[in-house]
Write a protein that binds this ligand. Structure first.
Ligand code: 13P
Ligand code: SF4
Length: 340
């Protein structure tokens, strides 16, 4: 009898996994994921979704994350701006962040009383790591009348030194909302130069670069334009001005999504991280996405195994010292107040 009950349980378990694999496959089939690949993820996504319910946790994922995270376990998928807004309004007890450290830190700054987890401490960002507090203070001493606008791709100590934060979705709006006619914009040098073309204010900038967007060249874009004359080229604002100059649109990842949603063109080239093309290929299967894309090694430190581990172990918990947090929160709230 016992053996029969155990067998029944095993059959039910296998049935549940197969059903989950079918659910995942239906969402990821446009990305060439086979049913057997989905089957490998199914035990993880099932367990993670169960733990989320038990622990009252929410999973926030950036657009550049892996498909099994975006389509298997995420409660909200978006750009840095959307993730900040979502982190602010969630009533979950735990926020598990599938993104990079500065994003998880932003969630903690906006939610001091919630537990915020990130599954890997190696999920950094070349922009966030490009600048120190000392660097910001020296810039302020050099330009005492210029307010500091920092891109959210910075750590809490830099945000705490800033008057306002911004994301790629609202950088220009935040710059225009600052008093006076000059702004210290940091840390992305390319984004600053791209924005300088759009504002009358004088921007003082830093030398940070995104290692992903720095790899794209104007020649590469032109080559694809020659091969596909009808293509629409959408580039992230973190690209160089020479790439932006031969693009149809420049903006953040949410701007790319909206452009494609509202455009009747059939073929697009996304000059950004590979995850974005995957995400859009799944959301718009009738459109064609031509890559070259570039992988962010930091974003890809997060995977389904370490997400499960983070939920089970309650690690790694993101912490921000109180004084830094309060100052950084002011800069972030100012950004959210400006909107996008
Ligand atoms: P978005 O805010 O446009 O999603 O960009 C985040 C990022 O890290 C770009 O590299
Ligand atoms: Fe940082 Fe660039 Fe990776 Fe975005 S894509 S997290 S800016 S290194």
């Amino acid at each position: 009898m016992k053996a029969t009950a155990q067998l029944r349980q095993e059959i039910d378990g296998a049935d549940g996994i197969l059903q989950e694999a079918r659910r995942l496959h239906s969402k990821m089939r446009h990305l060439d994921y086979s049913l057997s690949e989905s089957l490998a993820f199914a035990p993880f996504t099932l367990r993670i979704n169960e733990l989320k319910r038990q622990k009252k946790a929410v999973i926030l994922a950036h657009n550049y994350q892996r498909p099994e995270i975006l389509f298997g376990i995420a409660d909200f998928v978006g750009d840095s701006y959307g993730l900040s807004v979502e982190a602010k309004k969630t009533n979950a007890d735990i926020i598990l962040f599938c993104g990079v450290k500065f994003m998880a830190e932003t969630a903690k700054i906006l939610n001091p009383h919630k537990k915020v987890l990130i599954p890997s401490l190696e999920a950094g960002c070349s922009l966030a790591e490009s600048i120190t507090v000392q660097d910001v203070r020296e810039l302020k001493a050099k330009h005492p009348n210029a307010p500091v606008v920092s891109y959210v791709n910075t750590y809490a100590d830099i945000k705490a030194e800033s008057d306002a934060c911004c994301t790629s979705a609202n950088a220009l709006k935040v710059i225009e909302a600052m008093p006076g006619n000059e702004v210290i914009f940091l840390p992305d040098v390319y984004m600053a130069k791209n924005l300088q073309k759009l504002t009358k204010k004088k921007l003082h900038y830093w030398s940070g670069k995104c290692i992903v967007h720095d790899t794209f060249t104007r020649e590469q874009v032109l080559e694809y334009r020659r091969a596909y004359p009808d293509i629409k080229v959408l580039s992230h604002l973190e690209c160089t001005s020479s790439v932006i100059g031969v693009s149809d649109m420049a903006g953040g990842t949410s701007d790319m999504y909206n452009y494609i949603k509202n455009n009747s063109a059939k073929r697009f080239m996304l000059v950004t991280e590979c995850g974005m093309s995957d995400l859009l290929r799944a959301r718009f299967p009738e459109k064609e996405f031509i890559t070259p894309c570039s992988v962010c090694p930091y974003m890809k430190k997060i995977n389904i195994e370490n997400v499960l581990w983070a939920l089970e172990s309650g690690k790694f918990e993101v912490k921000v010292p109180d004084e830094t947090r309060a100052k950084a929160q002011r800069a972030l709230e100012r950004m959210i107040g400006v909107g996008k």
